[in-house]
Design a protein around this ligand. Structure first.
Ligand code: TYD
Length: 135
């Protein structure tokens, strides 16, 4: 995979409709970085838009383990894309320097695998600052 653009990674599932399923994420195998942090978000109201930021260095793979989560992304060149996470096997790879807005369906649960520990200094929370940044 090319690591310079947002993209869906299709994860395998093991199981059956009778017994249920399991999906596995492994660093440097189907996740293209070492995982330093995992977080999850839940109970996000449907009328709320989360995100509204980009990262200088952080890479992420993000799942909707339940529900549907929609990402609108924009890179520094102004390329906009929409990604709909509507199945637990779909992981959204986000490289560094991608602005994102996120919407959640009722009872959606977001799981994020992250390449770095939490660092508020890694965030752009101002869109113009993000666009003007020269790496
Ligand atoms: P933020 O990344 O802004 O969430 P979202 O993109 O879902 O709107 O994080 C929300 C709050 O949680 C913010 O105050 C920072 C804090 N936070 C941590 O302390 N550690 C973390 O690992 C994360 C992801 C967030």
């Amino acid at each position: 995979m090319k690591k310079n653009k947002p993209q869906i990674i299709a994860f395998n599932k093991i199981g059956s409709s009778e017994l249920g399923y399991i999906t596995i994420a492994e660093e440097q195998k189907n996740v293209p970085f070492d995982i330093q942090r995992v977080y999850w978000t839940y109970y996000t109201p449907q009328d709320v838009i989360r995100g509204g930021h980009a990262h200088k260095k952080l890479q992420q793979v993000i799942f909707a383990v339940s529900g549907v989560i929609t990402f609108n992304t924009e890179d520094k060149e102004g390329n906009k894309e929409t990604f709909v996470l509507d199945h637990p096997t779909k992981g959204l790879y986000l490289p560094e320097l991608i602005w994102r807005d996120i919407k959640f369906s009722h009872s959606a649960v977001l799981l994020c695998l992250a390449s770095e520990l939490y660092d508020e200094k890694d965030y752009f929370r101002d869109f113009e600052e993000f666009k003007n940044y020269v790496p």
